[in-house]
Design a protein around this ligand. Structure first.
Ligand SMILES: C[S@@+](CC[C@H](N)C(=O)[O-])C[C@H]1O[C@@H](n2cnc3c(N)ncnc32)[C@H](O)[C@@H]1O
Length: 270
């Protein structure tokens, strides 16, 4: 477990993933009924973009750093993202929120977040980042092993975010198996899954496996001009996308592409 998200926080992949997260939360909030967010690979919750790890890769400059130039009317999910990530937590540095902190900031008192993080040092930092939120809890555990035990959530509505580090050679296989098992337990849940596109065939193989769930699905892929040897393309798979999410994200991608990407592709898969 060498992966540390601090090297990648705020990069192009984070930008699209966190905007999609915010768009889904906005749809869940349209009904008064409470919902649960289960974030299986939570990370540390808050990242200092002026810190050593972020400075070493400079990835945030090609991600959140590209959005400073956006002006005019922005699609609601993009405007909400810029507003949410701009909130500072009073600590030193230039703080960028991870997915659990974004969810915690946007949840209502009746909603609940369970964030799982396997790395003990990252998990302690995550507990610290979420300390203000009574309805947010952190589990130091394996996200794949814990996920089925948390499903279905008592609220019977919610989002499962799966954002693995892709360090293991068989991560796509583990992910597909975990996703299928989770879907069998909670078929009405919304699933947001991040994946790298190192080769299109590996990514497509994973999507094919995920589609065997039979769930309505869409994918969003984004490519950037990355330095040699760095990840240049990443994707999101959404199962059971809420009504209106496709239009939200089309509007977001139309503004993001000229600012950030060489190509974006949204495909309805099932
Ligand atoms: C890509 S990062 C998560 C970033 C976070 N979701 C965000 O958007 O801010 C992946 C995280 O998963 C953690 N991790 C690795 N293996 C794990 C596992 N089996 N279960 C839970 N967490 C794991 C890593 O320590 C790392 O912090």
């Amino acid at each position: 477990m060498n992966y540390r998200h601090g090297y990648h926080a705020g990069n192009f992949a984070d930008v699209v993933k966190h905007i999609a997260l915010i768009a889904i939360l906005a749809h869940l909030k349209k009904k008064e009924a409470p919902f649960a967010v289960i974030d299986t690979h939570g990370g540390r919750g808050s990242y200092d973009l002026s810190g050593e790890q972020a400075r070493k890769t400079g990835e945030a400059a090609n991600g959140i750093g590209r959005l400073a130039k956006l002006n005019g009317d922005l699609p609601p999910a993009l405007a909400a993202y810029i507003e949410c990530v701009g909130q500072q937590d009073g600590k030193s540095g230039d703080a960028y929120p991870g997915s659990p902190l974004i969810a915690a900031r946007l949840m209502r008192p009746q909603d609940r977040l369970i964030a799982i993080e396997k790395h003990p040092e990252e998990a302690v930092l995550l507990q610290d980042a979420l300390a203000l939120w009574r309805k947010a809890s952190v589990e130091i555990a394996d996200g794949y092993a814990r996920m089925p035990k948390l499903l279905p959530p008592p609220e019977r509505r919610g989002l499962v975010l799966i954002d693995p580090p892709f360090e293991a050679v068989d991560e796509f296989e583990q992910l597909a198996a975990a996703l299928r098992a989770a879907y069998r337990r909670f078929a009405t849940g919304i699933y947001l899954v991040w994946y790298p596109v190192k080769t299109q065939s590996a990514a497509d193989g994973f999507i094919g496996e995920a589609l065997t769930t039979g769930a309505p699905a869409l994918t969003i892929e984004i490519g950037i001009d990355a330095p040699q040897g760095k990840l240049a393309r990443s994707g999101l798979l959404v199962l059971n996308p809420p009504f209106g999410f496709v239009d939200d994200m089309r509007a977001v991608l139309a503004r993001l592409e000229p600012a950030l990407a060489t190509q974006t592709k949204l495909e309805i898969r099932a």
